[in-house]
Design a protein around this ligand. Structure first.
Ligand code: ATR
Length: 266
């Protein structure tokens, strides 16, 4: 029987996940379907229950349900526990297992696709919401020389710094004004077409500026280019790498991502 998977979100029509997982399934010869499901804002748990009852095997979870998925899961992977959010659900006889592949997806994109070495580097993470929290631990695992979290509300950045330890510095956007090797925008500012009040001094001709948003040139990426960043990237690679990691969690097979990234870029 064909195994069913889905992504739950609100909105969801724009999601590229069905296309990505269809490509992975074709490539690996896995017998599965993957659909996009619009869950009502007040009906995520019911929607998941219906999908499980209809033989769903697993699901991805996107905005705004990742924290709810964390609460819904009966068991959590260590990385989901630390992220405080779940983007990948697996359903089995023991119930719902929650995992989070976002951070692994970002690290895979930075290291494999963008050929960055993170060990010994200075990393600046912009934002202190759910998207930022989900990627901190996997970035720290790469042993950067410095890790700074800058946020509009400094107390939220400080909470994350206290939670993850490892000598993380928390500050305002304006206070981050020394050069960094990698600057990652995990704020929701790009969604609104806005630019956080960044210092141009964070960028050098060795800086990669990375926006976790994808699909359009953001004010952040254009500000980085204007101020001398040597490379910029949107988050399409992260999207595809987190999907590949979820596919591995479900199917035990890791798909090749390069061709899928190229196809979606064009
Ligand atoms: P997400 O799950 O996308 O991270 P979130 O938890 O609501 O959503 O967090 C949004 C992040 O984007 C926060 O860091 C937020 O800053 P505050 O903590 O000060 O609210 C940041 N953010 C949202 N809009 C922003 C803007 N226009 N400029 C700068 N930062 C912004």
């Amino acid at each position: 029987m064909t195994d069913r998977y889905a992504v739950f979100g609100h909105p969801i029509a724009h999601s590229k996940s069905p296309q990505i997982h269809a490509a992975f399934a074709r490539q690996t010869g896995q017998d599965m379907t993957y659909e996009a499901i619009l869950a009502p804002l007040d009906g995520f748990a019911e929607c998941v229950a219906q999908f499980m009852a209809a033989d769903g095997r697993g699901a991805n979870v996107t905005v705004p349900f990742k924290e709810e998925a964390y609460k819904l899961a009966q068991r959590l992977s260590p990385r989901a526990q630390r992220a405080g959010a779940v983007n990948t659900l697996s359903f089995d006889a023991d119930g719902i297992l929650g995992d989070n592949t976002d951070g692994a997806g970002l690290v895979a994109d930075l290291t494999r696709n963008l050929h960055q070495t993170l060990g010994g580097k200075r990393i600046l993470l912009l934002g202190a919401g759910g998207a930022a929290r989900g990627v901190i631990e996997p970035l720290l695992d790469q042993q950067p020389a410095a890790f700074v979290i800058a946020n509009r509300t400094v107390s939220r950045a400080q909470e994350l710094a206290d939670l993850f330890g490892h000598g993380i510095t928390a500050c305002s956007f304006e206070a981050a004004d020394t050069p960094f090797d990698i600057v990652i925008n995990a704020t929701a500012a790009s969604l609104a077409g806005e630019l956080p009040p960044l210092s141009p001094r964070i960028f050098t001709d060795n800086t990669l500026a990375y926006d976790m948003m994808y699909g359009r040139d953001t004010p952040f990426l254009s500000f980085a280019r204007t101020n001398g960043a040597s490379a910029t990237s949107d988050g399409l690679g992260m999207l595809i790498e987190q999907a590949a990691e979820a596919f591995f969690v479900w199917r035990g097979e890791r798909p090749e991502t390069a061709a899928v990234i190229a196809a979606l870029r064009s």
